[in-house]
Design a protein around this ligand. Structure first.
Ligand code: HEC
Length: 127
């Protein structure tokens, strides 16, 4: 009996080890908590910059927030709220899907949208 169970235990151990390595799924790794009292810029750096870039100009994981595509008449604030809460399926670009942003309050969402809008206004849209 012992002999027949040993290989099975090994298979289970290997399967567990393999799943522990599957870290490229960003939705399963808990993000660092946002510091209490953080402003919109801090929320942006904590939750958006890894894909949309520290300078908002995008990375290889996500598009520039200064693209004319994100101009308020094309992507209004509600599309921001929805993207952050529900994620977005890839449709404008080839970066893949945006996962729902975890561990962010409604208040932080409003702060981060205000921050991005003010940056879009200051820096201007890319054409
Ligand atoms: C894991 C990477 C990732 C993170 C983190 C991320 N995004 Fe995105 N986001 C994307 C990608 C990729 C797209 C483009 C999807 C497409 O249109 O092809 C996108 C698209 C968007 C859109 C457009 C939604 C639409 O309706 O087309 C908005 C707005 C947005 N992101 C805002 C944010 C904000 C604000 C944060 C932080 C709170 C954030 N994103 C965090 C990857 C990310």
């Amino acid at each position: 009996m012992k002999h027949t169970l040993a290989p099975l235990a090994l298979v289970i151990a290997l399967a567990l080890a393999a799943s522990a390595c599957a870290e490229d799924d960003t939705t399963t790794t808990a993000p660092e908590p946002i510091p209490a009292g953080a402003d919109g810029a801090t929320v942006y750096q904590a939750r958006c910059a890894s894909c949309h870039g520290e300078d908002l100009r995008g990375t290889d994981k996500g598009p520039s927030q200064l693209s004319i595509v994100y101009e308020p008449n094309h992507h209004g604030d509600d599309s921001y709220r929805s993207a952050i809460r529900n994620g977005v399926a890839q449709h404008h670009w080839g970066f893949g899907n945006m996962p729902a942003v975890e561990d962010i309050t409604d208040e932080q969402i409003e702060l981060v949208i205000t921050y991005i809008r003010s940056q879009q206004e200051t820096l201007g849209f890319e054409r």
